[in-house]
Design a protein around this ligand. Structure first.
Ligand code: ADP
Ligand code: MG
Length: 357
């Protein structure tokens, strides 16, 4: 395994710059997830790491070696794609062994590697089967096995779970996590799914338009998003963002919503802001001091224990996650409140977070 270091990584396709100088240090054995909307440059970054795209400017190191000009096969990396291809006419054993076809190893060593890989992935009882006799998850494991068998320094995954149905996806997420725990492998994993990112990553790089907006642990991104983009991207359902103001005395008010006046323990000065409220932190029911928002229930989505309540208040739609309770139906008048500690504030013009005091 190896560390990866990316400096000022830039990519131009013809005259169009799509990656604008990315810096990223990935520790030996770390699980890094690149996440962001479609077209933000995740795959391009990964393909440059793999050596499948030229570097327009900047530097990539794997271990202590600059790899910018190394052929893909000289980089000692393995890549698993969304559309993993395993050969239907080959057994599991042959499919895994395919990863070693160009390796200059004695036959006995190859056989040993294949056995070890199959063991790790719990594929040993299936070695003689054909892909048609496997479940979707088992097939995915064979594809990973083919990448693993070469004992690469770094694993690259490009949305490997995106084509799977929801249940299999959740199951494979666990498998990938288990694999990481067992191998201690350095992994760079690309997804557009924030839940996948949050559950898998040691650290997440949130990308937008060819830049990293924020790099941090899932907890850091959730608790201290640097701007409204990250705030809305992380967490499900998304953070409510409501235009408001902060007064010179630090009191936060929401545009068009009377009766809400909450203190903000920051040192920001008066101005126009965007107020962030996480749906999980909004309480439906008894108002709490001056932090109450009165509104009308528009839609209730029942999730079992909880319900998502879509609420109209002062021309805004807010989402609250609440315990399902009788009377919480469309058309009902409700009050939601948020503890003052749950407020996030962003500058209205720039979208940058205003630090809490
Ligand atoms: N071969 C290419 N030629 C021209 N533009 C490309 C090429 N590959 C990707 N792009 C552009 O680069 C940007 C980033 O693409 P990509 O890395 O595939 O995004 P993501 O994987 O985050 O969805 C997009 O605007 C895309 O259109
Ligand atoms: Mg992509």
């Amino acid at each position: 395994m190896a560390s990866v270091s990316i400096r000022n990584l830039t990519k131009r396709f013809d005259d169009v710059e799509v990656l604008h100088g990315i810096d990223l240090d990935i520790a030996h054995g770390e699980f890094i997830v690149l996440v962001g909307p479609s077209g933000c440059g995740k795959s391009t970054t990964l393909r440059m790491l793999a050596g499948l795209e030229d570097v327009s400017a900047g530097e990539i190191r794997i271990g202590d070696k600059v790899v910018n000009n190394l052929e893909p096969k000289a980089r000692n990396i393995a890549m698993v794609f969304q559309n993993y291809a395993i050969y239907p006419h080959m057994s599991v054993e042959k499919n895994i062994g395919f990863g070693l076809r160009t390796a200059k190893l004695p036959r006995a060593d190859k056989a040993k590697r294949i056995r070890e890989t199959a063991d790790l992935l719990e594929l040993t009882p299936l070695l003689d089967r054909r892909p048609s006799q496997l479940s979707g998850g088992q097939r995915q494991r064979v594809a990973i096995g083919r990448a693993m068998v070469r004992d690469p320094a770094v694993f690259l995954f490009d949305e490997p779970l995106s084509n799977l149905d929801a249940q299999l996806r959740a199951q494979m997420r666990l498998e990938v996590k288990r694999l990481h725990q067992r191998l201690g492998a350095t992994i760079v994993f690309v997804t557009h799914d924030q839940v996948e990112a949050m559950t898998l990553a040691d650290r997440i790089a949130i990308m937008r338009d060819g830049r990293i907006e924020q790099l941090g642990t899932p907890d850091e991104l959730y608790r201290t998003p640097v701007n409204t983009f990250v705030a809305q991207f992380v967490g499900s359902p998304s953070m409510n963002l409501v235009p408001g103001t902060i007064g010179a005395d630090g009191t936060v008010r929401l545009d068009g919503i009377d009766g809400f006046a909450a203190p903000f323990a920051g040192t920001t000065g008066a101005g126009e802001v965007i107020v962030g409220l996480r749906p999980d932190e909004l309480r439906v029911g008894a108002p709490e001091g001056g932090h109450a928002i009165r509104g009308t229930v528009e839609i209730v989505e029942r999730l079992g224990h909880d319900a998502l309540v879509y609420l109209k208040a002062g021309g805004q739609t807010l989402i609250a996650k609440a315990e399902a309770q009788p009377g919480l139906d469309a058309g009902a008048d409700v009050t939601v409140s948020a503890p003052a500690s749950a407020l996030y504030l962003f500058d209205r013009a720039s979208g940058q977070a205003l630090p809490a005091g």
